[in-house]
Design a protein around this ligand. Structure first.
Ligand SMILES: Cc1cc2nc3c(=O)[nH]c(=O)nc-3n(C[C@H](O)[C@H](O)[C@H](O)COP(=O)(O)OP(=O)(O)OC[C@H]3O[C@@H](n4cnc5c(N)ncnc54)[C@H](O)[C@@H]3O)c2cc1C
Length: 479
């Protein structure tokens, strides 16, 4: 009997666990460890943050799901990984403080990100002055602060809203972009849009970069850039913007930034939703003698090293190659460990990196979206299944972000009759300029905007919750 321990139950971990159990059945053990009992459908938090979706619609209890599927559920947080020596194990801590060691034959690290608010002084909802929609509790707090601002506008007080990224290396520009459009849409619905000044601030080298180096799509025979698309939506809605910016400090009601060009500035706000940079979840790694081996296992930001070319980050942007990106997500020191979803360390950004004159790095980190996380979790599970069932020594399944594409549906307003969303597909995620003129296959890279996009986005919410709950036919729903 083999035991597979999966750390994390997000898109990557839950997809991996369900697929492992389906293929391996009762003869092998699948254990999921996660500190939160609930699965959270993070993409819909853009709606929770403006009060247009109830929080409970975005989550469900994992306990009955894992019980039904025969997956062992440990509601705790991984604190230590001991990958060396004869017995390999993780140490987990339960909410009551009790610790347990769990041996494994295969380990999947799918712990997602640590939300690294402390990288920018004053950032974040816990000990800072800005809001965030990266977790459900934070999205609920965001909604409450947003609704207070709405009340102030109803009382005749003009309000300033700032939305974007709270650090030069933050990711998830797409989520912030969705949020600003939903906020603008919701203010219209509440009849107070004329009382609001809305500003976008982002670390993208240009609008519409979205951390994937921008995108060009072919539409009605013309080439349209992500930049043109993003700028036109802001112009149409009267949203101002600051781009190429690193937020240096957030204070009560204001923030301060520097741009790639060295311009320094400030923005005042009554409400700010700023996405933090991500780091790896703090887990300690020990060899058989108890020595700290974290720097062998992880990059400095704490994400786990896999089969990527990490030396490539020292090369200039023009020399980065699609082959730098991992294919199997297998740790190269311990072949029974994998990292999936946000937990794996990318080799370098996708967008062109810049530094401001004072040496501050301003470059979006590569997004690893829910779709990519699901694909990677599934791929890793298939490799482990073959290693167990066929005795394969090496992982035999591949999913490089420079080979597979992505579908991004950017909500721009939630209403079944006059909502809207931009539907964008890109293939591949990491552009391949050797193969394609604009880095991507234009047959599969397209975009459109309209009410139908909102219906698709809304439908996907329920479809993916169905899949993540492991309900009837879950496995035929694509990742
Ligand atoms: C507001 C917002 C909107 C988004 N919209 C979209 C979208 O429209 N489409 C899209 O494709 N992507 C979207 N994304 C990105 C998507 O949510 C992420 O890519 C996805 O959640 C990553 O999945 P993951 O499994 O890697 O990590 P997560 O979903 O973060 O899951 C990590 C898991 O690890 C657990 N964990 C944490 N610490 C430990 C520990 N110490 N031990 C064990 N377990 C631990 C967590 O509890 C959680 O279960 C959005 C992101 C945000 C923030």
């Amino acid at each position: 009997m083999a035991r597979i321990v999966v750390l994390g139950a997000g898109f990557a971990g839950n997809t991996a666990a369900l697929n492992l159990k389906k293929a391996l059945g009762g003869r092998h053990e699948v254990i999921v460890v996660t500190p939160r009992k609930n699965f959270s459908y993070v993409p819909s938090l853009v709606w929770v943050g403006v009060g247009s979706m109830k929080p409970e619609k975005t989550q469900f209890d994992l306990t009955p799901v894992y019980k039904k599927h025969g997956i062992i559920f440990k509601n705790g947080a991984a604190e230590e990984i001991h990958p060396d020596g004869q017995d390999q194990f993780v140490v987990i801590k339960y909410p009551d403080g009790v610790k347990e060691s769990i041996n494994y034959d295969y380990l999947i690290n799918a712990t997602g990100p640590k939300l690294n608010y402390s990288a920018t002084p004053g950032l974040g909802p816990d000990s800072g002055y800005s809001d965030s929609i990266c977790t459900l509790p934070h999205a609920v707090k965001t909604r409450d602060n947003y609704l207070k601002a709405v009340d102030r506008m109803k009382q005749g007080k003009r309000q300033k809203f700032v939305v974007g990224t709270g650090h030069g290396t933050a990711t998830c520009q797409g989520a912030a972009f969705e949020f600003i459009h939903n906020l603008e849409f919701d203010l219209n619905m509440r009849g107070v849009r004329n009382m609001a000044d809305i500003t976008w601030i982002s670390n993208e080298p240009s609008l519409g970069d979205f951390g994937v180096g921008g995108v060009i799509v072919k539409k009605s025979g013309n080439f349209v850039s992500g930049k043109l698309f993003a700028e036109s939506t802001f112009l149409e809605k009267g949203i101002k913007w600051v781009e190429r910016a690193h937020v240096r400090k957030v204070e009560n009601g204001s923030l301060n930034y520097i741009t790639i060009d060295g311009a320094e500035g400030g923005l005042e706000f009554d409400f700010a939703m700023l996405i933090p940079p991500f780091a790896g979840v703090p887990i300690s790694y020990r060899d058989k003698n108890g020595n700290d081996i974290k720097n062998q296992m992880c990059v400095p930001s704490g994400f786990m090293k896999v089969d990527a070319d990490y030396d490539s980050s020292a090369r200039p942007f023009d020399e980065w190659d699609t082959s730098d990106w991992p294919k199997t997500y297998n740790n190269q020191i311990y072949k029974n460990i994998f990292a999936a979803g946000i937990a794996f360390a990318p080799p370098h950004p996708i967008s062109k990196p810049f530094k401001s004159p004072d040496g501050t790095s301003i470059v979006p980190s590569p997004p690893r979206t829910g779709m990519a996380s699901g694909i990677i979790g599934h791929t890793v599970a298939m490799s482990i299944i073959d290693m167990i069932k066929k005795g394969e020594k090496e992982p035999a399944h591949y999913a490089s972000m420079s080979k597979f594409g992505a579908i991004c549906i950017t909500s721009m307003g939630k209403s079944l009759t006059h909502g809207s969303a931009a539907l964008l597909t890109m293939d591949p995620v990491v552009p391949d300029y050797e193969k394609y003129k604009f880095g991507r296959n234009l047959n599969y890279t397209f975009g459109d905007i309209g009410l139908a996009g909102h219906w698709v986005k809304y439908m996907l919410h329920y479809l993916f919750l169905w899949k993540m709950k492991g309900k009837f036919g879950w496995h035929i729903i694509p990742d």
